[in-house]
Design a protein around this ligand. Structure first.
Ligand SMILES: CC(C)(COP(=O)(O)OP(=O)(O)OC[C@H]1O[C@@H](n2cnc3c(N)ncnc32)[C@H](O)[C@@H]1OP(=O)(O)O)[C@@H](O)C(=O)NCCC(=O)NCCSC(=O)C[C@H](O)C(=O)O
Ligand SMILES: [Mg+2]
Length: 351
């Protein structure tokens, strides 16, 4: 066990001091692109204005013969594009791959001061985070990186899900976690070929009722693991994200999957295609009617104490805290987006 008094100390001489509080800028969507694809890179200036997070993907979906081009393309994006307030992340190759060491060496050396977060795939336990933590500290010291690069784990193996509490608490560098339904399905031997979403075979069935047809309702394959991820993240002050929705043609299915994650506590989701950015923005920006109601609750109970009735609904200390969650998120997003500020009824100057 690490000495708790050393938890906030750098793991290498000359590395920046770890953050003890994880920053929470707007994080509704992590937009994936392959920086070896010229068409995608050409869209960076436009996409950077629309997405909260831009991620250069180096792992799965990037063919083996384009791994180096994707890495170098991301270096070029980091060195040449002004992304404004949009965060720049990468997903490196998995820790057992032949590419990850060069991914980390090259990216921290070339754009270490531009990279906000490194997403590490297929994290299985705290030991994976400890490895990346020490190596990043050494590289930060070597390349004079001024602020710690944070680490985001993808939960996409059965062992990773079994160990998620330890992963969340493994390092002050842990920024958050994403849920990876495709690799997780394979790891668990689930019988679905879909990337996220439901399945028509996973249903609950009503009881027999004479000759009447029995009713089925599709169930959520992912509820248990996403809820565990949200608890582990909230318990350690880091941020949970839903991952990919692979049926690019099914906007409604994507929205439903994202909304289930949003309601459970996730702050954002991945967008694989430019059109999923708008879906994530819609879902992960709280509904204006809910925000207006939450504001009324806070105005009605300024000190957050006691019991009150509003529109026939009981309000107390706990509902006040729920409303604070909603209004704080709305305020954060309104600062970035004047249209949302108006929809939420915030004065532009105070938003
Ligand atoms: C899914 C795609 C392969 C679809 O691409 P395409 O067939 O080219 O779609 P369109 O013809 O509709 O594209 C229209 C234009 O938009 C550009 N485009 C497409 N996607 C992106 C993007 N992500 N960023 C920027 N620009 C994009 C196209 O180039 C077209 O441009 P133009 O011709 O000039 O109009 C593709 O969207 C894609 O590759 N997406 C990323 C896929 C990805 O990153 N997959 C990995 C993440 S999911 C995962 O790893 C699973 C997870 O780990 C788990 O285990 O669950
Ligand atoms: Mg995966």
């Amino acid at each position: 066990m690490r000495n708790p008094r050393d938890f906030g100390a750098p793991l290498a001489v000359g590395a920046p001091t770890p953050l003890l509080e994880i920053p929470f800028p707007p994080s509704r969507m992590i937009h994936f692109l392959d920086a070896s694809n010229e068409k995608m890179v050409a869209k960076v200036p436009d996409i950077a204005k629309k997405t909260d997070i831009l991620l250069g993907n180096l792992e799965d979906a990037v063919p083996v013969d384009r791994k180096e081009a994707a890495r170098e393309g991301l270096v070029t994006v980091g060195q040449t594009y002004d992304l404004g307030e949009t965060q720049l992340w990468t997903r490196v190759n998995s820790l057992d791959s032949p590419w990850v060491l060069d991914d980390l060496l090259r990216l921290v050396g070339a754009i270490g001061n531009r990279l906000d977060v490194i997403m590490v795939p297929k994290v299985e336990g705290a030991w994976d985070i400890h490895y990346v933590d020490r190596l990043l500290a050494q590289l930060e010291a070597r390349f004079n990186v001024e602020r710690p690069i944070l680490v985001h784990a993808i939960l996409e193996t059965a062992l990773g899900v079994a160990n998620l509490e330890e992963i969340a608490a493994a390092s002050p560098r842990m920024q958050g976690m994403s849920f990876g339904p495709a690799d997780l399905a394979a790891s668990r031997r689930m019988k679905t070929t879909r990337v996220g979403g439901g399945h028509p075979g996973y249903v609950s069935l009503s009881d027999p009722d004479g000759d009447n047809p029995r009713v089925t309702a599709q169930q959520d394959l992912w509820h248990y693991s996403i809820a565990r991820m949200v608890d582990a993240c909230a318990a350690t002050g880091i941020l949970p994200f839903y991952g990919p929705f692979g049926d690019i043609s099914d906007d409604e299915g994507c929205e439903a999957q994202f909304r289930a994650a949003f309601l459970l506590g996730c702050v954002g989701a991945w967008s694989l295609h430019p059109k999923q950015i708008a879906i994530a923005k819609k879902v992960f920006s709280p509904d204006p009617d809910e925000v207006r109601f939450a504001k009324r609750v806070i105005e009605a109970i300024p000190d957050g104490r006691g019991v009150h009735m509003l529109d026939g609904k009981m309000q107390d200390d706990a509902t006040w805290k729920q409303c604070k969650v909603m209004v704080s998120l709305a305020e954060l997003l309104a600062k970035k987006d004047p249209e949302l500020a108006e929809a939420y009824g915030f004065e532009p100057a105070t938003a």
